[in-house]
Ligand binder design. Structure first.
Ligand SMILES: Cc1cc2nc3c(=O)[nH]c(=O)nc-3n(C[C@H](O)[C@H](O)[C@H](O)COP(=O)(O)OP(=O)(O)OC[C@H]3O[C@@H](n4cnc5c(N)ncnc54)[C@H](O)[C@@H]3O)c2cc1C
Length: 319
């Protein structure tokens, strides 16, 4: 067990989880067919007929659609499950990438790419905070990444889709209050009045970030002595340490996303069994449905819990 209650196998290998699931299937006699893409599912009077990519057909009493969403399509998750469900009349809530990096409209990304720091990330729309998360943040060539960015990405997407201008507020010094920052920076400036403003931030914030940070704070001459800084310039610097805003252009693509927001509308799925309310014998499990969770294992837990419920319900009703 790790911090925040996260549980991992001692081996620290994801394949261990897969191995035990496979072992359980073998021990209860589940027949597994791999490399078999489902192209179509039809209802008939005995149950369902499933057509595979090569044309082969399989008969089934019950069907569980657990084809995932659209995130990480290199793993086979291309959204084909949506089409399968839609042929039965299920509606789709438009999917969009979630738990994903953000693209920023900022001219100096090339200079700051690769810089990591522990900070806070907030999504701001019309001066209101819509989502907030804390942790390691990383600037990239196209924008920004890291666990807190993943966490707030869904909110950013939603507001962009609604046509709003979305800002990412980054707090690069999140362990001190504004008053503490004022007294700390004033002491640094007072103790070394002859230092350049640029050098006075060495050791306080990431060195590579200093030139872009100071430019953004309105300091045109980075070699200016700290004793020459005006009160307005000092205020600008102090404010930026706790409120640096970037315009969010959008998210990274499906290939980079960890999960899918949107999916098959749950209004037509019975939450007690995961059975379709439209077609008897058809069930759903996991990310294919319009349910997504925060970082922290919630998406896997949803896939396992809903898959378990769908499996148990389908087997029970087959008896
Ligand atoms: C890089 C990455 C990191 C992640 N990290 C975490 C994490 O730390 N914690 C967490 O909770 N979640 C995490 N997730 C999300 C989590 O893995 C998914 O939410 C979860 O695996 C969804 O499970 P699922 O069974 O619904 O779908 P999937 O695991 O996506 O499985 C669906 C399967 O169906 C197959 N398939 C699709 N269409 C067809 C078809 N037509 N015919 C036959 N087969 C088909 C696909 O090939 C795939 O094998 C991560 C995802 C990614 C990509």
């Amino acid at each position: 067990m790790e911090e925040q209650g996260k549980v991992f196998p001692f081996s620290n290998q994801a394949s261990s989880v897969l191995d035990v699931l496979r072992h359980e299937m073998e021990s209860i006699g589940v027949k597994v067919i791999v490399e078999a893409e489902t192209k179509g599912i039809k209802r008939n009077n005995r149950g369902f007929q499933i057509t595979l990519k090569g044309g082969e057909a399989i008969s089934a009493d019950k069907v569980i659609i657990a084809t995932g969403g659209k995130a990480a399509p290199n793993l086979g998750t291309t959204g084909s499950g949506y089409l399968l469900a839609q042929t039965f009349g299920h509606s789709l809530v438009e999917p969009f990438p979630a738990l994903v990096q953000l693209k920023l409209n900022y001219p100096y990304l090339k200079q700051i790419k690769g810089i990591k720091f522990d900070g806070d990330a907030e999504i701001i729309v019309g001066n209101k905070t819509m989502a907030r998360a804390r942790g390691e943040i990383l600037f990239t060539e196209y924008g920004i990444s890291g666990p807190p960015i993943f966490q707030v990405s869904r909110s950013a997407s939603e507001w962009i889709k609604k046509g709003k201008q979305v800002w990412l507020k980054v707090v690069i010094i999140n362990h001190l209050s504004r008053e503490e920052i004022i007294s700390y920076t004033n002491k640094r400036f007072k103790d070394n009045p002859g230092k350049t403003v640029s050098f006075s931030f060495v050791g306080f914030i990431n060195k590579q970030l200093i030139p872009v940070f100071l430019k953004q704070a309105g300091i045109a001459d980075l070699n200016k002595r700290v004793s020459e800084l005006s009160s307005a310039e000092k205020d600008g610097i102090i404010s930026l340490l706790q409120d640096w805003r970037f315009e969010v252009e959008g998210t990274n693509t499906w290939s980079a996303a960890q999960t899918t927001a949107g999916g098959i509308d749950v209004k037509d799925i019975d939450p007690r069994t995961m059975q379709s309310k439209l077609v008897e014998g058809l069930y759903f499990g996991g990310e294919v449905m319009d349910i997504d969770g925060d970082c922290g294992g919630y998406n896997l837990q949803w896939a396992w819990s809903s898959g378990y419920l769908a499996g148990i319900s389908a087997a029970k009703s087959a008896n």
